[in-house]
Ligand binder design. Structure first.
Ligand SMILES: Nc1ncnc2c1ncn2[C@@H]1O[C@H](COP(=O)(O)OP(=O)(O)OP(=O)(O)O)[C@@H](O)[C@H]1O
Ligand SMILES: [Mg+2]
Length: 374
């Protein structure tokens, strides 16, 4: 398949991000901690993986540990996974893992056991509470290994916002930060999919990870770049689309990386030889229909005033004077603050310095063309 969505984009499917790739590579080389923030599905995970891959290919003495904590629900689970992944990322063979685990987790040694059927797995047979009592060894694990092996380690943690849901989240973040900030041979790259939560973790002066490193706000990929990319992917697979049509396709979904790939894929499937505007339009219609059930349930979770607010946004209003409040039945202006907060935390809208936007461009189309159209 020439296009990919729902998985991170790699190699042939990965396009552009030249500036971000340069900046992140530079940060990794110079061990600057990096936090990456963007709205959902704009390509954070893909970017980190792509940079990590080429970095490791080019340098024998740099190891990258990619850790996704989406399924991690508490501090103890975090420590166990963190340790496992760092050991794995810095070891080459299975024997080596066992040795590394023993050497570097000395306090926990007697209780580390290795799964006989899957040699890639090992578990700490330790009272999990014990780890939590004394987590310093684990928090410092990457630095310890890096020093001992004379390597550099980049630890990348995806879905990092999850730590905000742990019990004693603040104390936990303080613990991590107080150790990590002293590491000389390791850099941390932290990112995730909940923009508003991450902004609170990284950009709020009263939070432990404030000024922990370089904050990257990922931009969208430009329309022109998409046009070229789509044309090339069609060509690679023996079909045709003009650059102009490719750009048109991307613009329909506001250049949103995930949707561009999805719509391109649908259009590609419908194309026998040459893709036309009408094929693209029909594909978009199908996409909207496919998602409509999801959107209906999204709407079901909103209050009437929240829906009214979305209507006002769609009509182009971004400031809410008396007249607009009345016209759209939005209540008082104090209400607007609450509505915004709630829609941001539900990930329906994004508020940037310049704008208020509905996050999902296909949801926006659906609202406009289906939901509010009658
Ligand atoms: N550089 C890129 N080139 C081409 N397509 C991309 C690129 N980056 C992302 N995509 C497309 O967008 C989709 C989402 O990317 P990815 O999962 O990396 O985003 P994310 O920001 O990590 O998402 P989430 O917020 O859900 O964690 C990918 O499956 C791919 O289709
Ligand atoms: Mg991601």
């Amino acid at each position: 398949m020439p296009f990919i969505f729902g998985k991170t984009a790699e190699i042939h499917n990965f396009t552009d991000r030249e500036e971000e790739t340069k900046r992140l590579t530079q940060n990794f080389y110079s061990l600057v901690n990096t936090m990456i923030i963007s709205p959902r599905r704009w390509g954070k995970s893909s970017l980190v993986k792509s940079v990590a891959k080429s970095l490791v290919n080019d340098n024998k003495d740099i190891k990258v540990c990619l850790l996704d904590i989406f399924n991690i629900h508490n501090e103890t689970e975090f420590y166990v996974n963190f340790a496992k992944n760092i050991i794995k990322a810095t070891s080459t063979k299975w024997e080596d893992w066992a040795e590394n685990a023993k050497e570097f987790l000395s306090r926990l040694i007697p209780k580390i056991s290795f799964s006989p059927d899957n040699q890639a797995e090992f578990s700490f047979g330790i009272e999990l509470d014990e780890i939590k009592q004394n987590p310093d060894d684990i928090i410092n694990l990457a630095e310890t290994i890096a020093k001992k092996k004379k390597i550099k380690i980049i630890v990348c943690i995806d879905e990092f916002q999850n730590i905000a849901n742990f019990e004693d989240a603040l104390a936990f973040q303080q613990k991590l930060r107080s150790h990590w900030q002293h590491h000389q041979n390791v850099s941390y790259c932290l990112y995730g999919s909940k923009r508003s939560m991450l902004i609170n973790i990284f950009a709020n002066p009263s939070m432990p990870f404030y000024k922990f490193g370089d904050i990257m706000f990922l931009e969208k990929i430009e329309n022109k770049v998409w046009g070229k990319f789509i044309q090339k992917r069609f060509k690679d697979t023996g079909k045709k689309i003009s650059k102009k049509e490719g750009e048109y396709l991307a613009s329909l979904v506001a250049n949103h990386p995930y949707y561009v790939q999805q719509l391109a894929q649908m259009s590609w499937l419908r194309t026998k030889v040459s893709c036309s505007k009408s094929i693209i339009d029909a594909s978009l219609q199908t996409l909207k229909n496919q998602l409509s059930l999801l959107f209906v349930s999204l709407i079901d979770n909103l209050t009437t005033t929240q829906i009214n607010f979305l209507k006002a946004l769609l009509d182009g209003h971004t400031s809410f004077g008396q007249e607009i409040l009345q016209k759209y039945n939005l209540g008082t202006s104090a209400n607007i603050i609450r509505i915004k907060e709630s829609l941001v935390s539900k990930e329906v809208i994004d508020i940037t310095s310049k704008n208020i936007e509905i996050q999902d461009p296909v949801f926006q189309l659906w609202l406009k063309e289906e939901y509010f159209s009658h």
